[in-house]
Design a protein around this ligand. Structure first.
Ligand code: UDP
Length: 334
């Protein structure tokens, strides 16, 4: 029997790629999304879309009443580190309350499995890099803290209601589906690779590098860019594991690239050059975030198929070049 999976934020970037992978693995998928950040066109036609807000407890309850949900994958939320340092309570309030609303309904309807889209931003002061799961958790931003609070709440959902969970702490989700028109399209866009692709397209005049005085080889921040389809694969695999027990995994490829290296990859892949200016550091940013993926590789047999920054950038460039305005162009059949 295929499982029926509830995917919150399934019209968003990582969520939509996961929905595709879950459908391909033979599951039935119900997407719950308010479509404020997400895109209707990103939801696979085989999935059932319920438009609603997690802040609305009655709407959440109706979804559980309509569908017999076997497991939940929770992607919906506010996700910008920079914004969270300007509006901390949006994150510490809304992100957490929405997760609690979802868990309350899950407990009431006997759902026993829950996968959280978590983040490496919970490791704000890593005592070692690469970062394994035993590195001390000390979020460096209100965004990271909001995800960590949800991780803590899940412990009690397990203890009290027997909800087994997986926390997948993504490093930097990047790239786009290699075959289908699924991609990253945020408004406003704040992420490095899509902004650089817009510079390559001439939509933006220049890239800003946020700080070049970090203690890294070229002074710019180092991140572990993991392809969104590899992340999706981790979700599919972890659903089975958490039938027995709850588990947390750091999900990255285990190799870091600096901001300047990423910009060089974008220039190579797109065959363009664009101006790069240095601006001040962005609040909440850390010098180096690179995963040690040994645990997820061993316990889940997970292996990233995209291990090279050029391949990751190329997958995103394919769709960005074709649909420069993202889903707005896709919807009008441009
Ligand atoms: N970054 C940058 N200029 C930009 C956007 C991002 O220098 O216009 C840097 C940012 O400071 C971070 C890295 O690129 O070091 C990745 O940032 P992004 O927002 O893509 O992801 P995050 O690491 O914040 O999740």
């Amino acid at each position: 029997m295929p499982d029926t999976l509830l995917v919150t934020g399934g019209a968003g970037y990582v969520g939509s790629h996961c929905v595709r992978a879950l459908l391909d693995a033979g599951h039935r998928v119900v997407v719950f999304d308010n479509l404020r950040q997400g895109h209707r066109a990103a939801v696979a036609p085989e999935a059932e879309l319920e438009v609603g807000d997690l802040a609305d407890k009655a709407a959440v309850g109706r979804v559980f009443a309509r569908h017999r949900i076997d497991a939940i994958l929770h992607f919906a939320g506010n996700i910008q580190v920079g914004e969270s340092m300007r509006r901390p309570f949006l994150y510490l309030g809304d992100n957490v309350q929405c997760a609690v609303n979802l868990l309350e309904a899950a407990a009431e309807h006997g759902v026993r499995r829950f996968v959280l889209s978590s983040t490496c931003a919970i490791f704000g002061a890593p005592e070692r890099v690469p970062i394994d799961e035993d590195v001390s958790i000390a979020p460096g931003s209100a965004y990271g803290e909001s995800k960590y609070l949800i991780e803590r709440i899940l412990r009690w959902a397990d203890e009290v209601h027997g909800i087994r969970y997986a926390c997948l702490r993504y490093f930097n989700a990047a790239g786009a589906h290699p075959d289908l028109p699924l991609f990253e399209d945020h408004e406003p866009e704040t992420h490095l690779i899509p902004l650089a692709l817009d510079c390559a397209l001439g939509k933006r005049p220049a890239m800003q590098v946020f700080g070049d005085d970090y203690p890294t080889p070229d002074g710019t921040c180092v991140r572990d860019y993991v392809h969104v389809c590899d992340l999706a694969d981790a979700h599919v695999k972890v659903l089975d594991l958490i039938r027995d027990r709850s588990r947390s995994f750091n999900v990255g490829i285990g190799r870091g690239y600096s901001v300047r290296e990423v910009l060089a990859a974008v220039a190579r892949v797109t065959g363009t050059t664009f101006p790069v200016d240095v601006s001040p550091r962005r609040a909440g940013d850390l010098a180096q975030l690179v995963a040690d993926p040994a645990r997820i590789m061993t316990e889940l047999g997970w292996r990233p198929r995209f291990a090279d920054i050029d391949a990751i950038v190329a997958s995103a460039w394919r769709w960005r070049r074709r649909y420069p305005r993202g889903y707005a162009d896709l919807a009008t059949g441009m």
